[in-house]
Ligand binder design. Structure first.
Ligand SMILES: Nc1nc2c(ncn2[C@@H]2O[C@H](COP(=O)(O)OP(=O)(O)OP(=O)(O)O)[C@@H](O)[C@H]2O)c(=O)[nH]1
Length: 431
C-alpha cells in the first residue's frame, strides 16, 4: 500500500534515496522554517525541464524536492508576506510525462480494486445505510421541509395555497427566479391535470422541483483521465478538507489510487488534518510547512503522474471572495497546475456550506469567475440548511452558472458525502 509522508521523522536519515543533485536534502532546515528561492532545481529531473536560470519557472516548480524536502519543508517559499503571493510569469516548462520526478518516493502498489456492485449479501446493509443518510438529509432540511410540506395539510387548493407556497420557497433560499418558475409550472400542472387534492399538489411540486434540479445532477468523471487532477476551493470552514478525506475514501473503494496535496499552507491544522487522514487511510499526502501552495500543487500533479495515481486532489486554504489577493493566489495555483499538466485541473470544485443561504450564490459567482468551476460540493445539509439554494443555482439566479452538484454532505462520518440525486433532494425538501 502507499507509504505516508509524515512530516517529522527525525530518527530517519534526511533523504536516504535522495537524488545526488539535490543539495536541499542535505541542507534541510528545521521543520517549519521558511526557505527562500529554490537553491537548485533538481538537475537530473527531466520532468520539469525548468531552466535553472528561469526564475519564474523556478517559482512555479521549486526544484521537485525529494521526499525529505517535501516532508521537512524544503520546498521553496517565496519570500513574501504571509497570505500574499507574487504573481508569476507563466513558466515555459516543456513536460515529459511519466518520469519519476519524485524519484525518492517509494512506489506503492495499486490498492485492491473493490467490486463496484456489492455482493447480494451486502445489499441489505447498503440499503439501510442509504435510508439512514436520506433520513438525515430529510431531517436536516426539515425546517424548510416542514414549512413547505406542512402547507398542504388540511387545506384547499386555492390561491392562498399558491401564495403561501411562494413565500415558503423564498424563505427556503430558492430565490425569486426559481420560485417564480416553480409556482408558474405548478399552477399550469394543477390546471392541466385538474388537481383538487392538496396532497397531489404536493406530489406535483416534488416532481417539478426534481425536474428543475435535474440539470445539476452529474456523475463525477472518475477514471476519465489518469490522473484526474481535482482542485478544491471554498471559504473558511466550508468543509473542504473533510470532504477531501471522504472523497479519497470513496475513490479508493471504487478502485482508484489517490494522492492528496495539502495546499492549505497557511493553516497548520488543515495540513495536519490531511496528513493524519492520509496516514490512517494509506493515502500519500504531499505537504510542506508554510510556503507556496502553488508549488505543493505542482509537485502533487507531477508525483501523481509519476506514480500513475488515479486521482490527485489538491486542497486549498479557505478564503473569502472579498480577499482579492487570496483570490489572485487561487488563480495562480490553477495556472501552475496547468504547467505540470496542460489539461489540468480537470475538475475545479467549490465546497459550499449548506447553511450559507443566498450568499452561496455570490460565492459561486466569485469563485467561478476566478478559477472556472466545474462542480459543487454542498456540505452540512444535516444541520440548519434550508436547501433551497440549489434551486436558485439551477435557475441561474443572479447570473450564476448552473454548475453541477457532484456531492452533498449530510454528516461528519466517512460515508456522509453522497452523490447529489435531484429526485432524492426534492423529496427531502418537500417532505
Ligand atoms: N455536520 C456536518 N459537519 C460537516 C460536514 N462537512 C464538514 N463538516 C464539519 O465542518 C467543519 C469544518 O470542516 P473542514 O473540512 O475543516 O473545513 P475547511 O473548509 O477545510 O476549513 P478551512 O481549512 O478552515 O477553510 C469540521 O468540523 C467538519 O467536521 C457535513 O456534511 N455535516
Amino acid at each position: 500500500m502507499f507509504s505516508i509522508f509524515k512530516r517529522k521523522r527525525p530518527q530517519e536519515p534526511a533523504a536516504p534515496e535522495a537524488a545526488p543533485a539535490a543539495p536541499a536534502a542535505a541542507e534541510t532546515p528545521p521543520a517549519g522554517a521558511r526557505v527562500d528561492a529554490p537553491a537548485t532545481p533538481v538537475a537530473d529531473t527531466p520532468a520539469t525541464n525548468a531552466p535553472a536560470t528561469d526564475a519564474s519557472a523556478a517559482d512555479a516548480a521549486p526544484a521537485m524536492p525529494d521526499v525529505a524536502g517535501l516532508q521537512d519543508s524544503t520546498l521553496a517559499a517565496p519570500d513574501a508576506p504571509a497570505g500574499y503571493v507574487e504573481p508569476i510569469a507563466e513558466p515555459d516548462v516543456p513536460l515529459v510525462p511519466e518520469v519519476p520526478v519524485m524519484g525518492a518516493l517509494p512506489v506503492a502498489p495499486e490498492p485492491e480494486p473493490v467490486p463496484a456492485e456489492p455482493a447480494p449479501a451486502d445489499q441489505a446493509p447498503a440499503a439501510a445505510a442509504k435510508k439512514s443518510w436520506l433520513s438525515r438529509l430529510k431531517q436536516g432540511l426539515s425546517r424548510t421541509g416542514q414549512s413547505i410540506g406542512g402547507l398542504f395539510v388540511g387545506v384547499k387548493v386555492d390561491e392562498a395555497l399558491f401564495e403561501d407556497l411562494e413565500s415558503a420557497l423564498i424563505m427556503a433560499d430558492a430565490g425569486m427566479e426559481a420560485t417564480g418558475r416553480l409556482i408558474a409550472a405548478l399552477r399550469a400542472r394543477v390546471r392541466k391535470d385538474r388537481i383538487e387534492d392538496a396532497g397531489q399538489v404536493k406530489a406535483a411540486l416534488r416532481d417539478l422541483l426534481a425536474e428543475h434540479l435535474a440539470p445539476l445532477e452529474k456523475s463525477f468523471p472518475l477514471g476519465s483521465v489518469q490522473p484526474l487532477v481535482v482542485m478544491i476551493a471554498g471559504v473558511n470552514g466550508a468543509g473542504k478538507t473533510t470532504s477531501i478525506g471522504k472523497l479519497a475514501n470513496t475513490f479508493q473503494r471504487q478502485g482508484a489510487s489517490v494522492l492528496l496535496a495539502a495546499g492549505d499552507t497557511f493553516r497548520a491544522a488543515a495540513r495536519e488534518q490531511l496528513v493524519e487522514w492520509g496516514a490512517r487511510n494509506n493515502v500519500t499526502v504531499i505537504a510542506q510547512d508554510g510556503g507556496d501552495p502553488a508549488a505543493v500543487a505542482f509537485d502533487a500533479v507531477n508525483a501523481g503522474r509519476a506514480r500513475q495515481a488515479g486521482v490527485v486532489m489538491i486542497d486549498t486554504a479557505g478564503r473569502l471572495p472579498t480577499q482579492l489577493h487570496l483570490m489572485e493566489e487561487l488563480k495562480k495555483i490553477r495556472r501552475v497546475i496547468g504547467k505540470a499538466d496542460p489539461a489540468a485541473p480537470h475538475e475545479v470544485l467549490l465546497v459550499i456550506d449548506g447553511n450559507t443561504g443566498q450568499n452561496a450564490i455570490a460565492q459561486i459567482r466569485a469563485f467561478d469567475a476566478a478559477i472556472g468551476l466545474t462542480g459543487l460540493v454542498v456540505t452540512k445539509l444535516d444541520g440548519t440548511a434550508k436547501g433551497g439554494t440549489l434551486a436558485a443555482v439551477a435557475a441561474g439566479s443572479q447570473g450564476v452558472r448552473p454548475i453541477p452538484v457532484y456531492w452533498i454532505g449530510v454528516g461528519e462520518g466517512l460515508d456522509d458525502l453522497q452523490p447529489f440525486v435531484a429526485r432524492e433532494f426534492a423529496a427531502a425538501l418537500v417532505a
